[in-house]
Design a protein around this ligand. Structure first.
Ligand code: PEP
Length: 253
């Protein structure tokens, strides 16, 4: 059986003081939730703070992006090796805000995915359609294209060391959550598509849902057969909300 995973994406929020308060409250609130891996992904400057605060706790940590190249002359870049240096286990790759605001192409996302794996990190690969794409009936085609770019570069087997996050762009930060049935349909599409080439990878890979998940909507989403947890933005900054979402992922006893 697949474990559940809930990852918080703090986005570009926080400061040393607010992070410290959040982390000190999260440690007891999340420790430990049986059957659920809880993760927080912070901006680069705070990774050292996460390492100091979370080392020895039940909460894993990660970054929200990485450079597609090895260490070298890439001013402003942060490499996968640097993330590993700060104890990151996870890194978000191809978040829709990176794709739309920072111009990341499928090719760049594929390179970043490969860099994460090379450093022993678990990439959380984000895929998802815009509202226009959904309305035009090309949701599956969009998600397939985004997945295929990574598979073409790294091979389907590498998804065994990765996590996929289905995040419909129209649901991110908008307060509009996909219904459990809408989300499940795309999750099943992703798993079936992988199964066509590698059944073992398809059966094992965690597929998270992301897009305005709140404590009130989490349990119904996580109860769907192909939804293995969530990638949580805004609600991950609120201790009670994030803890309730993590608890909602707990498998029934
Ligand atoms: C996200 O940033 O990945 C996300 C899903 O954000 P939100 O939960 O705020 O929609």
């Amino acid at each position: 059986m697949r474990v559940k995973l809930v990852a918080g994406n703090w986005k570009m929020n926080g400061n040393l003081a607010s992070n410290q308060a959040l982390l000190q409250a999260l440690i007891p609130a999340l420790s430990p939730i049986a059957g659920v891996e809880c993760v927080v992904c912070a901006p680069f400057p705070y990774l050292f703070q996460l390492q100091q605060a979370l080392h020895g706790s039940s909460i894993a940590w990660g970054a929200q992006d990485l450079c597609q190249f090895d260490n070298g002359a890439y001013t402003g870049g942060v490499s996968a090796a640097m993330l590993a240096d700060f104890g990151c286990r996870y890194v978000i790759v191809g978040h829709s805000e990176r794709r739309s605001v920072f111009g990341e192409t499928d090719k760049i996302v594929a390179l970043k995915f490969a860099q994460a794996l090379k450093a022993g990190l678990t990439p959380i690969l984000c895929v998802g359609e815009t509202l226009g794409e959904r309305d035009s009936g090309v949701t599956e085609m969009t998600v397939a294209r985004q997945l295929d770019a990574v598979i073409a570069h790294s091979g389907v087997k590498t998804l065994a060391q990765a996590v996929i996050a289905y995040e419909p762009v129209w649901a991110i930060g908008t307060g509009k959550t996909a219904t459990p049935a809408q989300a499940q349909a795309v999750h099943a599409f992703i798993r079936n598509r992988l199964a066509a080439t590698d059944a073992a990878v398809a059966g094992g890979v965690l597929i998270l849902y992301g897009g305005s998940v709140k404590a009130a909507s989490a349990a119904q989403l996580f109860a769907m057969p192909d939804i293995d947890g969530g990638l949580i933005g805004g609600a991950s900054l609120i201790v009670g909300e994030f803890a309730a979402i993590c608890r909602a992922a707990q498998p029934a006893a």
